[in-house]
Structures are given as C-alpha cells and as structure tokens.
Design a protein around this ligand. Structure first.
Ligand code: 4AD
Ligand code: MG
Length: 430
C-alpha cells in the first residue's frame, strides 16, 4: 500500500510503500540508516543486512544523497525521533540516481545556499519554515472567514502609488505608465464600502534599496479593511488575529518548531490583549534606554524598534505617530491633529514591525487637502476621492507583512529564508 510520511501513524505494524528522496545516510557493516523525505515529512528507514540480504544491503550503502526511490517496509514506533515512527526497510527500488548533489551535509555559506535555493528548499530546516508559512496562511483564511470577512483581490498592476512615490516599480502598460502594487489598500477601501469587512492576500513590490534582514523587494501582505470600525476597533482585530495565528502554529506545527529549535515558551505568551504605547511614550522610553539624541518627529529604525520591544514579552503597538512621517491617508487625531490615528505592531525578540495600520481619512475636503500637500493630483486618484463623496464612513485597516511574521514565529534570523524564492536587492536568481 502506498502512503506518505505524514500518514505513517495510521499504519503502525503494517507494510507500506513510500515514494521518497534520500536526504542523508549513515551505515556500518551490518545496518544502514536512511534519512528519507517525501515532502510531507522526514523519517528514518533502517536497513538490516541480515534481513534484506547482502546484495540489497550493498545497494543501500551505495545510495547517493537526493536519489529518488520507492521504499517498502514495516512502520514501527520510535520515541526518539520528532516524528515518533520509523520504517524497517524490506525492499527499495531506485527511481533516479542523483550524482554529486551540491548541498552536502557540511556547512555552506548563505550566498551558496541562495544560489541553490531551488534545491535548498528540500532541507529539513527550509521545509519547516515553509510549513510554518503555510500554517500562518491557513490560519489567516480561517480567522477572517470565521469573522465575516470577504476575500477580495486587488490588482497588481496599478496606475498610482499607495505608499509614497519613491519606492515604485515602474513599467509600461501599453502606452500608459503603470506600477507594480506597493499595497492593495486603496482598492481594499473601495471593497470595504461594497462588502463591509474585507481582506486581501497577495504580493507587493517595493523598489527599496534596503539590504537588511527585514527587507524584501517582493513580499506578501495580508490587508484587512473594515467599514464602520475606528482605530481602537482595528487594534482589537489585529491582536485577536495575530494571537490566533501564533496559537495555530503552536498547535499544528509541533514537529516544525522542534526542527527549528524554536523557544515555544516565548510564543505561548502571545495572547491578546497586546500592550499599547503612544509614539510620545516611545520617545521617552528610548531616551531612558540610551537613545538620548532621538527627537520628536523622527521615524524609528530597527535598533529603536528592538529596544522598545525588549520591554515586553508580547508584540507591542506603538500608536499615534506624527502625521508628517506617516502616509497621506491616515486620519488625524481629533484631539491632537499633529498625530494620526495609526499603529505599528512591533514583534518581540527584535523582529521589528510586522503590521502597519490606521484609521483612514473619511472627510472629502481633508483628503483633497492631503492630496495637494503630497502632490498626488493624477487621474488615477479620482476614484479614491469618490469613496469620500458617496456615503463616506469611518473605516480602518492594516497590512501584515507575511515574511516578517514567519521570521518571528519560526525564529529565523533573515526574511530571505521565509519566502520560497526571495527577491532581494542583488538577487533575481533562481
Ligand atoms: O507599513 P506598510 O508600508 O503599510 C502599508 O503598506 C499599508 N498600506 C497597509 C495597510 O494599512 N493596508 O507595510 C505593512 C507591512 C509592514 O509592517 C511590514 O511587515 C511589511 O508590510 N513590509 C515589508 N516586509 C518585507 N519587506 C519589505 N520591504 C517590507 N515593507 C513592508
Ligand atoms: Mg510601516
């Protein structure tokens, strides 16, 4: 009977066949241990000379890394392995012999591994990171579907900028100018006026010349947008959503978190509500922590975010930033118009900003004024202003960067390992 490694717990004591690749191998004179992977997981296969015969045993000893094979044997419990099961191999059939697989069990540098990303994805660590990513996506759909949100897909080719004009990827759209989407937000605002609560999940592009462990040129963003919700309501959605995602990974990715050596106690603490501090308080805190030179009105960099996060064991919201350092569409605080009703959510353990969100300006005249101040007068913006012309309502939304969230939850240092084929400042290959 054919099965997969993920299903072996249902076949204890039975003889099964699994299509697999040889991830690694060690052997002695009488016994060979095959580290098998089939895409669904990793499992050890034990080949005993006395049982399989001399000829087949020599064949097993000669198997090369990443050769593909059908392996047949009996599934038995193995309490020492993370999977909890192994196979006593009765027979195997080579499908394809891999010669000189470039990624050997020894250490390789990051550039070498990135050049071989198409193969590196097979390693147990990369496999675990992608499974965590997949669980975050699954839990995202679950959360928003259960809470009455409609999935809406904004366009990727756009005629205007959503987050400032300096980081746009320009292209031609026949005779017109077009840009790759930096954020679906403006379209999601239109969708919220049609469907109430919506969310998107798609790729976004930033032509940012940043070469840090938190920056990708192409990354995936989850962007909910909610009609009739103010800033405070939105923060509650955010903390509920992030808690749901973290708890889902803890429940459904135990083997992967173990493979990654993730300290799960830190993740277990991530339960709503999350602490909130204002930008003003954050400035004060930073001064106390030795950033004496920081002045009100400056944006925070990675070291600032890390220093603020150190004071908490949950993600922390920094709210009400100065209007001048935030996007044109954010609603000013009615009590204090020099700051806006926004928040960045900063992940613990130095992983930085994972969410940017705000209440949006719903007043037509103020939005027009912002447009002029930001020099955003093109045709493409006409439709966005019309949302404030016909039945404008208070509304809020946010964007969660998937890769930074994966990096934090999986405990991975650099975002390049959190997306299957990263696009970085100097990398478009493979
Ligand atoms: O803070 P940002 O720029 O917010 C927006 O784009 C809003 N329009 C979202 C909204 O309100 N609908 O980006 C949101 C998140 C950041 O918090 C970060 O997690 C991620 O997107 N992000 C990046 N991730 C990887 N590489 C980059 N270059 C990123 N830029 C932003
Ligand atoms: Mg931001």
């Amino acid at each position: 009977m054919k099965t997969t490694i993920s299903e072996v717990s249902k076949h204890v004591g039975e003889e099964v066949t699994i299509g697999a690749w040889l991830a690694n191998k060690r052997s002695s004179g009488k016994i060979a241990f095959l580290q098998l992977r089939d895409g669904t997981g990793f499992m050890q296969g034990i080949v005993v000379k006395a049982e399989i015969g001399e000829e087949k045993f020599q064949e097993a000893k000669a198997l090369t890394q990443e050769s593909s094979l059908y392996v047949t044997g009996t599934i038995v419990e193995d309490t020492r392995s993370p999977l909890g099961f192994e196979m006593q191999v009765k027979d195997f059939e080579l499908i394809h012999e891999a010669v000189d697989y470039p990624i050997t069990p020894k250490e390789h540098g990051p550039e070498f591994l990135m050049d071989h990303r198409h193969l590196w994805l097979r390693s147990s660590r990369q496999h675990a990171v992608m499974k965590v990513r997949n669980e975050i996506i699954r839990a995202t759909y679950e959360f928003f579907n259960e809470n009455g949100y409609v999935k809406i897909d904004p366009p990727i080719l756009t005629g205007s900028s959503a987050e400032g004009t300096t980081e746009l990827f320009h292209t031609k759209y026949f005779d017109e100018d077009a840009y790759l989407s930096q954020s679906g937000q403006l379209y999601m605002e239109a969708a919220a006026m049609a469907f109430g609560r919506v969310f998107s999940f798609g790729p976004t592009f930033r032509a940012e010349k940043s070469k840090t462990r938190r920056h990708l040129i192409e990354f995936w963003m989850i962007e909910p947008e909610m009609a009739f919700m103010d800033h405070e309501d939105s923060l509650e959605v955010q903390e509920q959503y992030v808690s749901h995602v973290v708890q889902s990974v803890l429940n459904n990715c135990k083997i992967e978190l173990d493979t990654l050596g993730r300290d799960v106690e830190k993740l277990e603490k991530v339960q709503a509500p999350f602490p909130r501090i204002s930008y003003d308080e954050a400035i004060q805190l930073l001064k106390e922590k030795g950033f004496e030179d920081i002045e009100w009105g400056e944006d925070f960099g990675a070291p600032h975010e890390t220093a603020i996060a150190e004071s908490y064991d949950k993600p922390v919201f920094i709210t009400n930033y100065p209007a001048e350092i935030k996007a044109f569409y954010m609603k000013p605080d009615p009590k204090r118009p020099d700051v806006v009703l926004c928040a960045d959510l900063i992940a613990p353990e130095g992983y930085g900003e994972i969410i940017g969100g705000s209440q949006r300006i719903d007043d037509l005249e103020l939005m027009k004024k912002r447009y002029e101040e930001h020099d955003l007068t093109g045709e493409a913006y006409k439709w966005y202003l019309q949302l404030r012309e016909y039945g404008s309502v208070p509304h809020s939304g946010f964007g969660l960067g998937l890769e930074r969230t994966v990096a934090w939850i999986a405990g991975v240092e650099h975002v390049r390992e959190t997306i299957p084929f990263p696009r970085l400042l100097n990398r478009l290959y493979p």
